[in-house]
Design a protein. Structure first.
Length: 256
Protein backbone atom coordinates (compact mmCIF):
# COMPACT_ATOMS: atom_id res chain seq x y z
CA UNK A 1 0.00 0.00 0.00
CA UNK A 2 1.14 3.54 -0.73
CA UNK A 3 0.93 6.45 1.71
CA UNK A 4 -2.51 7.55 0.47
CA UNK A 5 -3.89 4.06 0.95
CA UNK A 6 -2.37 3.75 4.40
CA UNK A 7 -4.15 6.99 5.32
CA UNK A 8 -7.46 6.15 3.64
CA UNK A 9 -7.72 2.74 5.31
CA UNK A 10 -6.01 3.66 8.59
CA UNK A 11 -9.11 2.98 10.72
CA UNK A 12 -9.20 -0.57 9.38
CA UNK A 13 -5.49 -1.05 9.82
CA UNK A 14 -5.77 0.01 13.47
CA UNK A 15 -7.98 -2.99 14.15
CA UNK A 16 -5.90 -5.96 15.31
CA UNK A 17 -8.24 -8.36 13.53
CA UNK A 18 -7.63 -6.60 10.20
CA UNK A 19 -4.28 -4.79 10.19
CA UNK A 20 -2.13 -4.47 7.07
CA UNK A 21 -2.71 -8.07 5.96
CA UNK A 22 -6.47 -7.87 6.21
CA UNK A 23 -6.67 -4.58 4.35
CA UNK A 24 -4.38 -5.97 1.66
CA UNK A 25 -6.77 -8.90 1.28
CA UNK A 26 -9.63 -6.43 0.78
CA UNK A 27 -7.63 -4.53 -1.85
CA UNK A 28 -7.08 -7.80 -3.71
CA UNK A 29 -10.65 -9.03 -3.19
CA UNK A 30 -13.29 -9.42 -5.89
CA UNK A 31 -16.97 -9.00 -5.05
CA UNK A 32 -20.02 -9.55 -7.24
CA UNK A 33 -23.15 -7.60 -6.28
CA UNK A 34 -26.29 -8.74 -8.04
CA UNK A 35 -28.88 -6.00 -7.84
CA UNK A 36 -28.19 -2.27 -7.46
CA UNK A 37 -31.38 -1.39 -5.60
CA UNK A 38 -32.23 -1.02 -1.93
CA UNK A 39 -29.83 -3.68 -0.66
CA UNK A 40 -27.21 -3.43 -3.37
CA UNK A 41 -26.78 0.31 -2.87
CA UNK A 42 -25.52 0.30 0.75
CA UNK A 43 -23.69 -2.99 0.25
CA UNK A 44 -21.76 -1.64 -2.72
CA UNK A 45 -21.09 1.70 -1.01
CA UNK A 46 -19.44 0.03 1.95
CA UNK A 47 -17.49 -2.44 -0.17
CA UNK A 48 -16.09 0.36 -2.30
CA UNK A 49 -15.31 2.64 0.64
CA UNK A 50 -13.54 -0.26 2.38
CA UNK A 51 -11.31 -0.65 -0.68
CA UNK A 52 -12.50 -3.86 -2.34
CA UNK A 53 -10.26 -4.31 -5.36
CA UNK A 54 -12.82 -5.38 -7.97
CA UNK A 55 -16.53 -4.69 -7.62
CA UNK A 56 -18.94 -5.93 -10.27
CA UNK A 57 -22.49 -4.57 -10.22
CA UNK A 58 -25.18 -6.41 -12.18
CA UNK A 59 -28.64 -4.91 -12.75
CA UNK A 60 -30.81 -4.71 -15.86
CA UNK A 61 -33.18 -2.06 -14.49
CA UNK A 62 -33.17 1.73 -14.69
CA UNK A 63 -33.48 4.31 -11.91
CA UNK A 64 -37.08 5.29 -11.17
CA UNK A 65 -38.34 8.12 -8.99
CA UNK A 66 -39.92 5.59 -6.62
CA UNK A 67 -36.47 4.04 -6.02
CA UNK A 68 -34.98 7.16 -4.45
CA UNK A 69 -36.77 6.71 -1.13
CA UNK A 70 -34.30 3.94 -0.25
CA UNK A 71 -31.82 3.20 -3.07
CA UNK A 72 -29.09 5.55 -1.90
CA UNK A 73 -26.59 4.89 -4.71
CA UNK A 74 -28.80 6.89 -7.09
CA UNK A 75 -29.81 10.55 -7.42
CA UNK A 76 -32.72 12.51 -8.82
CA UNK A 77 -30.62 13.61 -11.78
CA UNK A 78 -30.05 9.98 -12.77
CA UNK A 79 -33.69 8.95 -13.07
CA UNK A 80 -33.92 6.94 -16.29
CA UNK A 81 -30.27 5.87 -16.25
CA UNK A 82 -29.31 2.21 -15.82
CA UNK A 83 -28.93 1.42 -12.11
CA UNK A 84 -25.62 -0.36 -12.58
CA UNK A 85 -24.09 2.66 -14.30
CA UNK A 86 -25.58 5.09 -11.79
CA UNK A 87 -24.12 3.05 -8.94
CA UNK A 88 -20.72 2.99 -10.64
CA UNK A 89 -20.74 6.80 -10.83
CA UNK A 90 -21.42 7.03 -7.09
CA UNK A 91 -18.81 4.41 -6.19
CA UNK A 92 -16.13 6.02 -8.33
CA UNK A 93 -16.75 9.32 -6.56
CA UNK A 94 -16.32 7.65 -3.15
CA UNK A 95 -13.23 5.63 -4.02
CA UNK A 96 -11.68 6.00 -7.48
CA UNK A 97 -9.20 3.23 -6.65
CA UNK A 98 -11.97 0.63 -6.62
CA UNK A 99 -12.35 -0.97 -10.05
CA UNK A 100 -16.10 -1.00 -10.70
CA UNK A 101 -17.67 -2.90 -13.57
CA UNK A 102 -21.30 -2.06 -14.37
CA UNK A 103 -23.19 -4.78 -16.22
CA UNK A 104 -26.58 -3.68 -17.53
CA UNK A 105 -28.05 -7.07 -18.26
CA UNK A 106 -30.41 -9.76 -17.06
CA UNK A 107 -28.11 -12.69 -16.40
CA UNK A 108 -29.06 -16.28 -17.18
CA UNK A 109 -27.59 -19.42 -15.62
CA UNK A 110 -24.63 -19.60 -18.00
CA UNK A 111 -23.74 -15.95 -17.53
CA UNK A 112 -24.10 -16.25 -13.77
CA UNK A 113 -21.79 -19.23 -13.69
CA UNK A 114 -19.11 -17.33 -15.59
CA UNK A 115 -19.40 -14.26 -13.36
CA UNK A 116 -19.45 -16.14 -10.06
CA UNK A 117 -16.34 -18.09 -11.02
CA UNK A 118 -14.43 -14.81 -11.40
CA UNK A 119 -15.16 -13.51 -7.89
CA UNK A 120 -14.32 -14.30 -4.28
CA UNK A 121 -17.73 -13.53 -2.78
CA UNK A 122 -21.24 -12.93 -4.12
CA UNK A 123 -23.87 -10.66 -2.61
CA UNK A 124 -27.44 -11.48 -3.60
CA UNK A 125 -29.34 -8.18 -3.41
CA UNK A 126 -32.22 -9.22 -5.66
CA UNK A 127 -35.92 -9.43 -4.89
CA UNK A 128 -37.19 -12.64 -6.46
CA UNK A 129 -36.79 -16.33 -5.71
CA UNK A 130 -35.99 -17.38 -9.28
CA UNK A 131 -32.87 -15.23 -9.40
CA UNK A 132 -31.87 -16.12 -5.84
CA UNK A 133 -31.95 -19.81 -6.65
CA UNK A 134 -30.00 -19.28 -9.86
CA UNK A 135 -27.33 -17.35 -7.95
CA UNK A 136 -27.22 -20.04 -5.27
CA UNK A 137 -26.71 -22.82 -7.83
CA UNK A 138 -23.80 -20.94 -9.40
CA UNK A 139 -22.20 -20.27 -6.01
CA UNK A 140 -22.47 -23.92 -4.95
CA UNK A 141 -21.09 -25.14 -8.26
CA UNK A 142 -18.07 -22.84 -8.10
CA UNK A 143 -17.62 -23.00 -4.31
CA UNK A 144 -17.99 -19.25 -3.83
CA UNK A 145 -19.62 -17.99 -0.60
CA UNK A 146 -22.99 -16.26 -0.98
CA UNK A 147 -24.23 -13.42 1.23
CA UNK A 148 -28.01 -13.16 0.96
CA UNK A 149 -30.31 -10.42 2.20
CA UNK A 150 -33.99 -9.57 1.91
CA UNK A 151 -36.30 -6.82 3.19
CA UNK A 152 -40.06 -6.26 2.86
CA UNK A 153 -42.27 -3.89 4.83
CA UNK A 154 -40.65 -3.73 8.31
CA UNK A 155 -38.98 -7.15 8.16
CA UNK A 156 -35.44 -8.03 7.14
CA UNK A 157 -33.25 -11.11 6.99
CA UNK A 158 -29.62 -11.88 6.22
CA UNK A 159 -27.46 -15.00 6.08
CA UNK A 160 -24.35 -16.50 4.52
CA UNK A 161 -24.44 -19.69 2.49
CA UNK A 162 -20.95 -21.10 2.32
CA UNK A 163 -20.63 -24.71 1.23
CA UNK A 164 -16.82 -24.58 1.19
CA UNK A 165 -16.35 -25.46 4.84
CA UNK A 166 -17.96 -27.15 7.79
CA UNK A 167 -20.42 -25.34 9.99
CA UNK A 168 -19.57 -25.54 13.68
CA UNK A 169 -17.08 -28.30 12.99
CA UNK A 170 -19.90 -30.76 12.38
CA UNK A 171 -21.06 -30.61 8.79
CA UNK A 172 -20.69 -28.58 5.64
CA UNK A 173 -22.64 -25.34 5.59
CA UNK A 174 -26.11 -25.27 4.02
CA UNK A 175 -26.96 -23.54 0.77
CA UNK A 176 -29.92 -21.25 0.05
CA UNK A 177 -31.93 -24.17 -1.32
CA UNK A 178 -31.55 -26.03 1.98
CA UNK A 179 -33.51 -23.20 3.60
CA UNK A 180 -35.90 -22.44 0.74
CA UNK A 181 -36.13 -25.56 -1.48
CA UNK A 182 -36.13 -24.55 -5.11
CA UNK A 183 -38.79 -27.13 -6.01
CA UNK A 184 -41.33 -25.60 -3.63
CA UNK A 185 -43.63 -22.81 -4.83
CA UNK A 186 -42.94 -19.37 -3.38
CA UNK A 187 -44.83 -16.20 -4.09
CA UNK A 188 -42.59 -13.20 -4.68
CA UNK A 189 -43.77 -10.20 -2.69
CA UNK A 190 -42.79 -6.90 -4.32
CA UNK A 191 -42.13 -3.74 -2.36
CA UNK A 192 -44.08 -1.91 -5.09
CA UNK A 193 -47.24 -3.48 -3.70
CA UNK A 194 -46.31 -4.17 -0.06
CA UNK A 195 -44.01 -1.24 0.69
CA UNK A 196 -40.65 -1.18 2.46
CA UNK A 197 -39.29 0.89 5.35
CA UNK A 198 -36.32 2.69 3.82
CA UNK A 199 -33.70 2.45 6.62
CA UNK A 200 -34.07 -1.34 6.88
CA UNK A 201 -32.51 -1.93 3.47
CA UNK A 202 -29.57 0.12 4.72
CA UNK A 203 -29.25 -2.03 7.84
CA UNK A 204 -29.40 -5.33 5.96
CA UNK A 205 -27.30 -4.14 3.01
CA UNK A 206 -24.58 -2.90 5.37
CA UNK A 207 -24.60 -6.26 7.14
CA UNK A 208 -24.18 -8.00 3.79
CA UNK A 209 -21.12 -5.86 3.12
CA UNK A 210 -19.72 -6.65 6.57
CA UNK A 211 -20.14 -10.39 6.06
CA UNK A 212 -18.60 -10.17 2.58
CA UNK A 213 -15.55 -8.30 3.87
CA UNK A 214 -15.08 -10.80 6.71
CA UNK A 215 -15.19 -13.64 4.19
CA UNK A 216 -12.64 -11.93 1.94
CA UNK A 217 -10.30 -11.41 4.89
CA UNK A 218 -11.01 -14.76 6.51
CA UNK A 219 -11.69 -13.25 9.93
CA UNK A 220 -14.34 -13.79 12.59
CA UNK A 221 -17.33 -16.09 12.26
CA UNK A 222 -19.71 -15.73 9.36
CA UNK A 223 -23.48 -16.17 9.39
CA UNK A 224 -23.15 -19.56 7.71
CA UNK A 225 -25.65 -21.87 9.37
CA UNK A 226 -27.62 -18.98 10.85
CA UNK A 227 -30.46 -16.82 9.56
CA UNK A 228 -30.84 -13.45 11.25
CA UNK A 229 -34.34 -11.98 11.24
CA UNK A 230 -35.04 -8.34 12.02
CA UNK A 231 -38.38 -7.00 13.20
CA UNK A 232 -37.99 -3.33 12.35
CA UNK A 233 -41.07 -2.19 14.24
CA UNK A 234 -39.84 -3.64 17.53
CA UNK A 235 -36.17 -3.38 16.50
CA UNK A 236 -35.54 -6.92 17.65
CA UNK A 237 -33.23 -9.50 16.12
CA UNK A 238 -33.80 -13.23 16.25
CA UNK A 239 -31.55 -16.02 15.03
CA UNK A 240 -32.55 -19.34 13.46
CA UNK A 241 -30.13 -22.23 12.99
CA UNK A 242 -29.95 -23.69 9.48
CA UNK A 243 -28.61 -27.16 8.78
CA UNK A 244 -27.53 -28.64 5.50
CA UNK A 245 -30.10 -30.87 3.84
CA UNK A 246 -28.25 -34.00 2.80
CA UNK A 247 -30.89 -34.60 0.14
CA UNK A 248 -30.70 -31.05 -1.25
CA UNK A 249 -30.66 -31.27 -5.06
CA UNK A 250 -28.24 -28.33 -5.22
CA UNK A 251 -25.58 -28.97 -2.57
CA UNK A 252 -26.43 -32.45 -1.30
CA UNK A 253 -24.57 -34.19 -4.11
CA UNK A 254 -21.60 -31.82 -4.19
CA UNK A 255 -19.72 -33.47 -1.33
CA UNK A 256 -19.27 -37.06 -0.24
Amino acid sequence: MNDQQLLRYSRHILLDEIGIEGQQAILQGRALVIGAGGLGSPAALYLASAGIGQLTIVDHDSVDLTNLQRQIAHTTERVGQPKAESARTTLNAINPECRVSALVERVDDARLAALVAQHDVVLDCTDNFKTRHAVNRACVAHRVPLVSGAVIRFDGQVSVFDTRRADGGQQLGPCYSCLFPQDQPFEDVACSTMGVFAPLVGVVGAMQAAEALKLVMGIGESLSGRLLLLDGLRMEWSSISITRNEACPVCGTQHP
